[in-house]
Design a protein around this ligand. Structure first.
Ligand code: C5P
Length: 223
C-alpha cells in the first residue's frame, strides 16, 4: 500500500501495558497508555507498511489500515508475537510488558482477611529478546524507559538483547513526557550510531522514528 519509505514491508508492533492476573477479578498492571505504540503503528502504515499491532489492554482506536490483535497478559502477547515473528521484516516492541506474573492464580477470588497476603512473582518471557534471537530475526527495534544514565543503559540493553536499534526516553521525576503523556523525546541508538529525536507530540515523533528505521534498514540492506 502506498509508496512511502516502508512500502511492502511487514511490520509487527507490540503496544500498551500487559495485565497479570492475581485472581479472577484483580490484576497487576502499569501506566502505559499505548499511545506511543499506536502512533508508531499509524506512522508505519502511512509509510506503506503492512502493519500488525499486538496490543495489551488500552482504550485507543485502531489506526487506519492496521490489523490489531488484542491480548491481556505477557504470555498471551509472547504467544501472539511468536506466531507472527517469522513472517515480518521489522519488529518494534513498544509494549510495557510486565516483568513478572503471579505464579499460581487461584480459580476463585481471594477473600479479604486481616492477615497479610504474599504473592509469588515469577519472570515473564522477554518477547523482544526472543524475537531478536530468532535464526532469521527481523530488524528489531526496542524501547527503553530509564530514569537516569540514558545513553549508557540504553546502549547496554541494545547490545545485551541483540537489537538492531533502541529508542530510549527518560521517565519519572515529574516529567511530562514518556508514560501516559502526549509528548515524548527519544534518543535512538544503533551499532555505531545515534540520533536525538527532540520533544514532540507522539504522533510526530513516531513519524520521525519510522523514517529513521526505514533509513537504517535500507542502510543494512546495502551492506
Ligand atoms: O528490559 P526492558 O523491559 O527495559 O526492555 C524494554 C524493551 O523490551 C521494550 O522494547 C519492551 O517492549 C521489551 N520487552 C519485551 N518483553 C518483556 C520485557 C520487555 O518485549 N518481557
Amino acid at each position: 500500500a502506498g509508496d512511502g519509505p516502508l512500502r511492502g514491508e511487514r511490520v509487527l508492533i507490540t503496544a500498551g501495558p500487559t495485565r497479570e492476573a492475581i485472581d479472577p477479578v484483580r490484576f497487576i498492571g502499569n501506566r502505559s497508555s499505548g499511545r506511543m505504540g499506536f502512533a508508531v503503528a499509524a506512522a508505519a502504515a502511512r509509510a506503506g507498511a503492512k502493519v500488525v499491532l499486538v496490543a495489551g489492554p488500552c482504550s485507543l482506536a485502531t489506526p487506519g489500515g492496521v490489523e490489531r490483535v488484542d491480548v491481556e497478559s505477557a504470555r498471551e502477547m509472547h504467544e501472539a508475537v511468536m506466531q507472527r515473528a517469522g513472517d515480518c521484516d521489522i519488529f518494534i516492541a513498544t509494549a510495557a510488558v510486565a516483568d513478572y506474573r503471579v505464579d499460581r492464580v487461584p480459580e476463585q477470588k481471594i477473600k479479604k482477611s486481616d492477615q497479610p497476603v504474599a504473592l509469588t512473582l515469577v519472570p515473564n518471557p522477554d518477547i523482544l529478546q526472543a524475537v531478536a534471537g530468532l535464526p532469521r530475526a527481523p530488524f528489531t527495534v526496542g524501547f527503553a524507559a530509564e530514569t537516569e544514565r540514558l545513553a549508557e543503559y540504553a546502549e547496554a540493553k541494545r547490545a545485551r538483547k541483540g537489537l538492531d536499534m533502541i529508542a530510549a526516553n527518560l521517565v519519572g521525576g515529574g516529567r511530562d513526557t514518556g508514560f501516559d503523556s502526549a509528548d515524548n523525546a527519544l534518543e535512538v541508538f544503533w551499532a555505531g550510531g545515534h540520533r536525538s529525536l527532540p520533544r514532540a507530540p507522539k504522533i510526530q515523533l513516531a513519524e520521525a522514528l519510522v523514517a529513521l528505521i526505514a533509513e537504517r534498514r535500507h542502510g543494512n540492506d546495502q551492506t
